[in-house]
Every structure is written in C-alpha cells, then in structure tokens.
Design a protein around this ligand. Structure first.
Ligand code: KIV
Ligand code: NA
Length: 265
C-alpha cells in the first residue's frame, strides 16, 4: 500500500473526511496499528510516562526517542510516522530545532516531527520546515510546559481563547502541516478547525477536528491510573494480560506447563 503523506492529511480535511492517529513506541504495535489502517503513528514523548514510568514527559532524551522512533519506522509500512521533539531539544533557537529535527529524520526514517508551542515557536517551525522537515504543531495543553501551566487543565477557556487562536494561526502561518489541540473546549476547537486551512488533530478537543489522537495504552485499557475524560477505552488489556499471566504462573507452579505438545521428544 502507498505511504501516507502530509499532503494526504490536508486532502482528508478538504474532502470533509476524518483520520486517526495513535501513539506507538515499538515495532509490534506499529505493525498492528498500521495494518488496522491508522493513518498516523505518533512516537510521542508520552513514552516517558507509558514506557519508561516517569511522572512527566520532561526527562526523555533525544537518544531515547530515537530508539522508539526507529522501532516504529521498522513496523510501519503505510502510516505516516511523526516523532515528538523532546523537552529541551528545540526551544533554545530555530537552529537547535533544525539540528534536532534533521537528526530525527536522518537517523530514524520517520517522515515528520512534532513540537509543542504556538506563536512562541513560530520561528522554530519556519526554520525546520525550510530545512525540509514537515512539522506538526501542538497547542492548547502542552505537557512539556506542565509546571509553567500549573498542571493538567483545559486551555483556551474564556479570555484565553484569543491567545489559543493566535497560537493556532501562528503555527499555520509558519508552515506546520497540522496542529494537535489538546484539552480545549469543543466549541473553540471547532472554530479553529474551520478557520485554519491545515487539519487540526484533537485530544480532548471535541469531534469537529479532522483528526483524533490518543495514547494507545489509554485507549486499550493498559494503564493503571485514572483515565482522563477524553479517553474512550476500547479494550481492557490490563485485565486480559493479568488473567493470562496469572494462568501461566499457575500452570508452571502446578507442573501442567509445558505439556507434551510443547515438549521435544
Ligand atoms: O506524546 C504524546 O502522546 C502526544 C499526544 C497525546 C498528542 O503528544
Ligand atoms: Na507529546
């Protein structure tokens, strides 16, 4: 099948069609999600949380992201692979953003990068795009700024709507091919989706965006913590895995695994 490209995401929007995006951090899930038709795989810095067990996304490094990104690229044949630039790897200057972005594409084979921030990152986005690297922006709640923002909270309510709008317009003007909007009121997200020419991708932003994105461990019920309001759980993998592993251990303890059919003569 043909590779999904950034231009196709714009075509989805222009045709009034939706696309789905899901995080992935390894080749096996990349292969599964790709085969299921998911259009975009995001190697999110949420790997810091759901893979590495950290409490924020801040500590993950470029080197760690490269390992996850290479793995996802190896498993994906059709989906567009987008890689998050981790905290501290792009904010210093447009030049730093270009250097990190070029490294990500060169060393992983991914097709695009994602970075957090709106108007404050417009020059960074412009420079990265000029270097030939497609950029997905990320506005609204941006987890890398959680300490500055003061925790996980809905962004763009009331008077803050105008600043959110300025951020979204700035990243489009800077050349981003799409923009993630995280935890913003559905009405504001709908307005920005229609105002922008590039597709918006929502997470906790209502149903009007062209794309939707979720962290796969959240939507498949693998996490142990509290489930955010914007997550729909499509499976309970935590239960499935716990039952299977408990049964395996019981078999080993009882001496009933391995059986004859698992044993070489
Ligand atoms: O890192 C991540 O998983 C993300 C998505 C939730 C948008 O940035
Ligand atoms: Na992220």
């Amino acid at each position: 099948p043909k590779r999904m490209r950034t231009v196709h995401l714009k075509q989805f929007k222009d045709a009034g069609q939706k696309f789905s995006m899901l995080t992935s951090y390894d080749a096996m899930t990349a292969q599964l999600f790709d085969a299921a038709g998911v259009e975009v795989l995001l190697v999110g810095d949420s790997a810091a949380n759901v893979v590495m067990g950290r409490s924020t996304t801040l500590p993950i490094t470029v080197e760690e992201m490269l390992v996850f990104a290479k793995s996802v690229v190896n498993g994906a044949t059709r989906a567009l692979v987008v890689v998050d630039l981790p905290f501290g790897s792009y904010e210093v200057s447009p030049q730093q953003a270009v250097e990190t972005s070029v490294r990500v594409l060169k060393e992983t084979g991914a097709q695009a990068v994602k970075l957090e921030g709106g108007a404050a990152r417009a020059e960074h986005i412009r420079a990265v795009v000029a270097a030939g690297v497609p950029v997905m922006a990320h506005v609204g709640f941006t987890p890398q700024s959680e300490h500055a923002i003061g925790g996980y909270r809905v962004q763009g309510r009331g008077e803050a709507a105008e600043a959110l709008r300025a951020d979204a317009l700035a990243v489009e003007e800077a050349g981003a091919f799409g923009v993630v909007m995280e935890m913003v009121p559905a009405e504001i997200a709908a307005q920005l989706e229609s105002e922008l020419t590039i597709p918006t991708i929502g997470i906790g932003a209502g149903a009007a965006t062209t794309g939707q994105v979720l962290v796969w461990q959240d939507m498949l019920g693998l996490g142990s913590g509290r489930v955010p309001r914007f997550v729909k759980q499509y499976a309970n993998l935590r239960e499935v895995i716990t039952e299977a592993v408990t049964a395996y251990r019981a078999d080993v303890t009882a001496g009933t695994f391995p059986a004859a059919e698992h044993t070489f003569e």
